[in-house]
Design a binder for this molecule. Structure first.
Ligand code: SF4
Ligand code: SF4
Length: 159
């Protein structure tokens, strides 16, 4: 008898057909989408900063008000299926983006490893560099712009 090869749900179920819990589990909990972003008025290009939303528990990389986040923070974005084509603005390591673009999750993803241990070991969560947005005057946010290089932040200037 030939054993059936096990394929995990994220390889067999398209994002748009996932259950709510499957969809949620694709988020690796990196916290990167909770970093403030600035947009160029002319080009509409989006730039990430190292400034975390004030509702993010930076050490745990978790939202402190997850259930009511959109009431508490008007600019909070909830990822939904109708945004699939817009996932390109997400960080290049984001589970949704990687799965959408490659059909698989990265080897360090909690669904493959069983925990965040490996992604934390690789520095792929924001607790190593994020600072609370309220600690920096908004006029100075531009000086905190970064670009993502393999999931790590590098200082970047738009001048
Ligand atoms: S960037 Fe993607 S994987 Fe990371 S916390 Fe946001 S939704 Fe989850
Ligand atoms: S309200 Fe919560 S989920 Fe939304 S950006 Fe802030 S920390 Fe992230």
């Amino acid at each position: 008898m030939i054993a059936k090869r096990y394929e995990p749900f994220w390889k067999t179920t398209p994002l748009e057909k996932m259950s709510a819990s499957e969809w949620e589990s694709i988020c690796d909990g990196c916290g990167k989408c909770c970093l403030q972003k600035l947009q160029d008025d002319e080009t509409e290009e989006v730039f990430y900063t190292t400034l975390a939303c004030h509702q993010l528990d930076i050490n745990a990389c978790q939202c402190k008000v997850y259930e009511t986040r959109q009431k508490k923070v008007a600019s909070c974005i909830t990822l939904t299926l109708d945004q699939l084509e817009e996932f390109h603005w997400l960080p290049d390591t984001c589970g949704y983006r990687v799965l959408h673009e490659t059909g698989d999750l990265p080897e360090w993803h909690p669904l493959k490893v069983g925990s965040q241990k490996e992604m934390k070991r690789q520095g792929l969560t924001v607790e190593h560099y994020a600072v609370n947005e309220n600690s920096v005057e908004e006029d100075d946010w531009e000086t905190h712009i970064i670009k993502w290089v393999h999931g790590m932040p590098e200082p970047y200037s738009i001048d």
